[in-house]
Design a protein around this ligand. Structure first.
Ligand SMILES: [Zn+2]
Length: 443
């Protein structure tokens, strides 16, 4: 027991989040019940701690913390905390036990108007049961809320509060009295998103994109300037390419949930999915720490695709025999397998430097992939099936970025290669790339 008499009564009143507040007893009603209870016991409430819009499972409730601080500080004269119902104090049974035990040691009581209990072992047992019920109810409510939200997403509605950048949440009345939100393109923000993607794929890092947008006075929301993190957030948000994923994080712990639990919500795309994809690939390329151990040896790039123009057998890697770093050959050549294994009598073969052959093939791929039409399609927004005109500068920069990506990322290059190329024939000073059937017209 503290030296000073703890004879002051205070109250703690709480209503939860707006959606749930309808079910809670209102603050004025809680206040009236609490004050009436104090009167019956010949007391007055000296101070009120008010919490609104806070869940009973939230451990960072402001008024709650303030109250505990006031109660537990040395020399405090607060001896009784009155709540309307134990569930107002906390909906976490463990927290209830810990905090109440801490208070009890200081000679402070927590009393509930609705659940008057004696301060004896039976009273404490019943109080513990009430606390468990409070937590159980909260968990069931939470599950109901989550289930309702998932159902809303399945029906194409946006149950969140803050739409991703580029979108706004439009309220619509589904049926009398039932309002739902749908994600719709916010034309002003969408224009900034397109600019942002354009800048990013034009060989700008996220930081310089942020700077450039700020220089152009194309602010983030509410006049807030762009930062590197905000730019990356937009680049990562798949909603801009047509799919918003709901439920990525646990609402309480903020931990990322397993992908299988995410729910897709189709929205009108702001940028071409191919542009979104390009930006994502560029990002992993510009930030190699994000995916370590990538970039397999370029020596494997053309494996299985090159044939000898003279004898038709496969081309293989012929090393110069010089070793660097134990295993990387400084000079690498491709040559006919038969010429290497059997000898010049079987096939004279033709030795071609690996980089020369790789580059010739990459050049072919870039020529097929990065055509003017495809670049404009990538950058120009599809609106009513038409492409927006783009500047030559923007077009050139996308072409440049795209071809850089293909050339410098063996994984990407190989994907395109196997998609586009049937075979590569090598003969004396002649490299012939045979495209797959579907691409023969284009090549
Ligand atoms: Zn040969």
């Amino acid at each position: 027991m503290s030296a000073r008499a703890r004879d002051v009564w205070v109250s703690y009143l709480r209503v939860s989040t707006p959606e749930q507040a309808a079910k809670d007893l209102s603050l004025p009603a809680q206040r009236e019940a609490v004050e009436e209870y104090a009167r019956r016991n010949g007391q007055v409430i000296a101070r009120e701690y008010l919490e609104s819009g806070c869940s009973g499972t939230d451990i960072n409730r402001k008024a709650f913390r303030q109250m505990l601080e006031d109660v537990l500080k040395p020399g405090s004269d607060i001896g009784t905390i009155v709540v309307h119902h134990t569930s107002r104090f906390t909906r976490n049974a463990t927290q209830a036990r810990v905090v109440k035990e801490q208070l009890r040691k200081q000679g402070v009581k927590v009393v509930s108007v609705c659940q008057e209990l004696n301060d004896d072992p039976i009273g404490q047992l019943i109080e513990g049961i009430f606390e468990c019920i409070d937590q159980y109810e909260s968990e069931v409510n939470g599950m109901r809320t989550i289930a309702a939200m998932r159902e809303a997403v399945r029906q194409g509605f946006f149950p969140g509060s803050t739409p991703p950048y580029g979108f706004k949440a439009n309220k619509i009345e589904v049926r009398a009295g039932l309002m739902r939100s749908v994600l719709a393109v916010d034309e002003h923000e969408a224009a900034v998103v397109r600019e942002l993607f354009q800048l990013y794929v034009s060989n700008n890092g996220a930081k310089s994109v942020a700077r450039e947008l700020n220089r152009r006075e194309r602010w983030y929301r509410k006049g807030k300037p762009w930062s590197k993190d905000l730019v990356l957030k937009v680049l990562e948000e798949s909603a801009v390419a047509g799919t918003y994923w709901w439920g990525k994080h646990d609402a309480k712990t903020r931990r990322k949930k397993d992908r299988s639990e995410w729910l897709p919500l189709k929205v009108e795309p702001i940028v071409e999915p191919a542009l979104f994809d390009l930006a994502r690939r560029l990002r992993s390329q510009r930030e190699p720490t994000r995916n370590p151990g990538r970039a397999p040896s370029p020596a494997m790039l053309l494996r299985g695709l090159v044939r000898c123009g003279k004898c038709g057998s496969s081309y293989t890697l012929e090393s110069s025999g010089k070793k660097v770093n134990g295993e990387v050959y400084q000079y690498r050549y491709y040559n006919c397998r038969i010429a290497c294994r059997v000898g010049k009598e079987a096939c004279p073969g033709w030795r071609v430097p690996a980089t020369k052959l790789d580059n010739a093939v990459l050049e072919f791929i870039v020529g097929v992939v990065c055509t003017g039409d495809r670049c404009s399609a990538l950058l120009g927004l599809q609106q009513n099936g038409t492409y927006r005109a783009i500047t030559d500068e923007a077009y050139a920069s996308v072409q440049g970025a795209w071809s850089t990506m293909i050339r410098s990322d063996p994984t990407v290059a190989r994907n395109y290669l196997h998609h586009l190329v049937e075979q590569i024939e090598v003969d004396e000073n002649r490299i012939t790339v045979v495209p797959k059937e579907a691409y023969r017209v284009m090549a």
